[in-house]
Design a protein around this ligand. Structure first.
Ligand SMILES: NC(=O)C1=CN([C@@H]2O[C@H](COP(=O)(O)OP(=O)(O)OC[C@H]3O[C@@H](n4cnc5c(N)ncnc54)[C@H](O)[C@@H]3O)[C@@H](O)[C@H]2O)[C@@H](O)CC1
Ligand SMILES: Nc1ncnc2c1ncn2[C@@H]1O[C@H](COP(=O)(O)OP(=O)(O)O)[C@@H](O)[C@H]1O
Ligand SMILES: [K+]
Length: 500
């Protein structure tokens, strides 16, 4: 159930299901209407007058089915429509099967009702909501009355989660077969309220032909790739992570990354420190090792000679010129050696390439197996200028385009973090909490990704796992969270997943 289908893929799923039988389009619509009616009856058993707003397409068709079923159940229902259903459509069959009066949308007054069922537009929304519909959406939202959305709150793009013109703020959204990206990307996600995914008789095997490439980030995506321990393991087999420290007044970020890498299971972690920050770091490190690193050669020699598996560069690092010299060397297998599998670039290591992103993109993918970039919104805009500002692209499509451009796994952070791989796979994270909006939480995430890479996880799985675990740690800790708490919650998070 973790696949996300674009509206186009969902249309294809409908077509394949209808072609395979036994349900035709109208049978699927009746099933869709039935699950919505059931959801309304179970959640709003005492609802007074219910308004059902029906659009011109099949979303409206679902609305007529709901109207008929709720009326049969004895509820007080009034149907409103803006346009009649199209000739030859399943919606027309549904409208014909509903024998109650259908009023014009202009006559709908929100104050006369206790519940609105929104069946105006679903997957077929193709232009912004405007005119009388926009006024109605705004009036219903302002009234605070509960809205149950059929498939999607009208106005939310199923492909991108964008609000086109205006969109209902639903309390409950009932969608069919699989969620769509618009259910999990912001701002769409917040407009959906609770989301129920209902079975309407579409068989799972239609997905074999569709091969979706977009997923909700759940443990199902990466748990099988999660490292397991054997009795004969030793610390270097569990992976050695190096974290580059900034100067004497900016060392904390690297230590947050280092501690996160250790807590997620890396067997050894070393902070690579400039000479002038050595004592500050030494005063704060115990199990994590410390190495004086003055030049690019010092760093790559250490990585090669001490069989470092992965590294984090960027948190608190500052020095852009040094970053631009380090990155090509770190990405060059001839310099870092065969054991070195992955590099995580965060914060300053992304901003350093702002004026010359091609320097980074050209170096990427040549040698190292896994490059992971972890931009937040501002860093994404700086590094992927034209992709970042393209208004035709959703966050999902931006992350996917960036992953291809950079030949790297991209963790495009935020309340709806998107993780994209160069091969086109994309995952959207849905378990985050705003508690993560605290200084240093990104540094912890970067360390977690490196810790997963060091234990042999492929980059996309390492990135998706780290994002989910990071959010789970924050949720488990709860209010009062600061970045230091996140690594300390990881043991509980791992036990919660059955990983002990
Ligand atoms: N067999 C199927 O295809 C099934 C489809 N189902 C329902 O069908 C829906 C999709 O149906 P449709 O593809 O007909 O799409 P919609 O019902 O979402 O809307 C399409 C119609 O609205 C018009 N339109 C789009 N945006 C507009 C706007 N802003 N202002 C005015 N008109 C606008 C389009 O020109 C088109 O006529 C799903 O969301 C779901 O609710 C369900 O009944 C399950 C089965
Ligand atoms: N409102 C929010 N809801 C959920 N997660 C958030 C929110 N704001 C930020 N985050 C998450 O918190 C982390 C912040 O990372 P970042 O911006 O790099 O912080 P820092 O640089 O302080 O470490 C990211 O994982 C991001 O996805
Ligand atoms: K709708």
């Amino acid at each position: 159930m973790h696949e996300l289908l674009t509206p186009m893929e969902m249309g294809e799923a409908d077509r394949l299901a209808i072609a395979a039988g036994p349900c035709d389009g109208y049978a699927l619509m009746r099933n869709a209407g039935a699950v919505i009616a059931q959801a309304v009856l179970s959640r709003f058993p005492d609802a007074g007058r219910i308004a059902i707003l029906c659009g011109p397409g099949n979303n409206g068709g679902d609305g007529y089915v709901v109207a008929k079923l709720l009326e049969e159940a004895g509820l007080d229902v009034a149907c409103f429509r803006n346009h009649a259903p199209r000739e030859g459509s399943d919606a027309l069959l549904a409208a014909a099967d509903y024998h109650g009066p259908v009023h014009l949308l202009d006559n709908f007054t929100p104050g006369d009702f206790e519940l609105v069922i929104d069946a105006l537009y679903g997957a077929g929304l193709s232009r912004p909501i405007d005119g009388i519909e926009r006024l109605i959406v705004e009036a219903v939202n302002a009234s605070g009355m509960p809205v149950v959305a059929v498939d999607l709150p009208s106005g939310v793009s199923g492909a991108s989660g964008a609000v086109l013109g205006a969109a209902f703020e639903a309390m409950l959204t009932v969608t069919f077969f699989r969620k769509k990206p618009g259910h999990v990307l912001q701002p769409g996600r917040d407009r959906c309220g609770e989301i129920v995914v209902a079975d309407i008789g579409i068989r799972e095997n239609v997905l074999d032909a569709i091969t979706p490439q977009c997923f909700e980030n759940t443990p199902y995506l990466w748990l099988r790739a999660f490292p397991t321990l054997s009795n004969d393991t030793h610390k270097y087999r569990r992976g050695h992570v190096a974290v580059f420290s900034g100067g004497p007044t900016a060392t904390g970020a690297a230590r947050l990354s280092a501690r996160a890498a250790a807590r997620i299971g890396a067997g050894a972690v070393t902070v690579l420190s400039p000479p002038d920050a050595l004592l500050v770091n030494a005063a704060h490190l115990t199990s994590i090792m410390l190495r004086k690193t003055e030049s690019v050669a010092d760093a790559v020699d250490f990585i090669r000679d001490r069989k470092v598996f992965s590294a984090v560069l960027g948190p608190g690092f500052g020095d852009a010129a040094r970053i631009c010299a380090l990155v090509p060397a770190l990405l060059d297998r001839h310099q870092t050696g065969e054991a070195f599998k992955g590099l995580v670039l965060d914060a300053d290591a992304l901003t350093a390439f702002e004026d010359n992103p091609h320097m980074l993109f050209d170096a990427a993918g040549k040698h190292v197996d896994a490059l992971v970039l972890t931009p937040h919104e501002g860093e994404f805009q700086r590094l992927f200028g034209s992709i970042g500002v393209d208004p035709t692209l959703s966050k999902l499509e931006k992350a996917r385009a960036a992953a291809r451009r950079a030949n790297a796994v991209i963790i495009y952070k935020g309340p709806d973090t998107v993780i994209a791989a160069p091969d086109g796979r994309v995952a959207i994270n849905t378990n985050a909490t705003p508690l993560l909006a605290t200084a240093g939480s990104g540094d912890v995430l970067a360390g977690m990704v490196a810790g997963m890479l060091a234990q042999g996880m492929p980059a996309f799985e390492a990135a998706t796992a780290a994002v989910w675990l990071h959010a789970d740690a924050a949720k488990r800790f709860g209010p009062g969270l600061i970045a230091e708490d996140l690594p300390e919650m990881l043991p509980e998070v791992l036990v919660g997943l059955g990983l002990n």
